[in-house]
Design a protein around this ligand. Structure first.
Ligand code: F6R
Length: 234
């Protein structure tokens, strides 16, 4: 695991763009993508570059159940707005939030993932340690599945909706095993509200209660943070 700390968010996101450009230059063609507040500045930066993803495939980590791709808070809409509209991929996959049969949809998505192994996976992290929407307690062996979101996750994401009541209660997410199969992983943890969880992840105690703790076992993971050493982060 490589941990890189940055004094400014600007430098952090510039480094993240470099890592993605380098991965692509070294032959990565299949990218696992994330949404959320952490990724918005990154995608804005990527849109300013001349990187071309038109020969690449993307898979998003997750999607809310009950929201169609046209819903403004769906992750399909988010991706179109922040990235795909400006930087299209040859093909972009997300779970279908309005699939009739959630079990079949999870299996379909996992099967697609297994057909196209991920060269690169981008991750944010929840304050409870979730990666994708793998909430605490999720098996490290999990594949793509339907989850019931923790109340704290719904509250953290309520800022994107008009009210908490509109935040879906369920989502599809790649599993932890699906994520760990990626050849390289970049996790970005930005802001004070990620301090506690980052400290817990870096403590390297592998526990399903902190889903991101498994990343310490991945052979090629980089963590970028703006949290400085000496403030309880190792
Ligand atoms: C989003 C995702 C989540 C977020 C996490 C952090 O696709 O999979 O794990 O990365 O909830 O969200 P933000 O960046 O909004 O703090």
């Amino acid at each position: 695991m490589r941990l890189e700390r940055f004094a400014s968010k600007e430098d952090l996101y510039a480094r993240a763009v470099d890592i993605i450009v380098n991965a692509k230059n070294e032959g990565a063609t299949t990218f696992g993508l994330a949404t959320g507040g952490t990724m918005e500045p990154l995608y804005a930066e990527i849109c300013e570059t001349n990187i071309d993803f038109t020969n690449c495939i993307s898979f998003n980590l997750d999607e809310y159940v009950g929201l169609s791709a046209k819903h403004e808070q769906s992750y399909a809409f988010y991706m179109y707005k922040h990235l795909f509209h400006h930087k299209p991929f040859e093909k972009s996959y997300l779970p279908n939030g309005i699939a009739d049969n959630p079990t079949e949809e999870a299996a379909r998505y996992e099967s697609l993932l297994q057909q196209h192994s991920l060269d690169f996976q981008l991750l944010g992290i929840g304050q409870n340690g979730h990666i994708g929407f793998n909430e605490p307690g999720t098996s490290f062996d999990s594949l793509t599945h339907l989850v019931t979101l923790e109340e704290s996750t719904r509250q953290a994401n309520a800022r994107f909706f008009d009210s908490i009541d509109e935040v879906p209660t369920q989502a599809f997410t790649m599993g932890i095993q699906s994520i760990m199969r990626a050849k390289s992983i970049l996790l970005i943890a930005v802001g004070e509200d990620k301090r506690d969880v980052l400290e817990r992840v870096l403590a390297s105690k592998f526990t399903e209660e902190i889903p991101a703790s498994i990343l310490m076992k991945h052979p090629n993971v980089t963590i970028l943070t703006d949290l400085q050493k000496g403030e309880n982060v190792q």
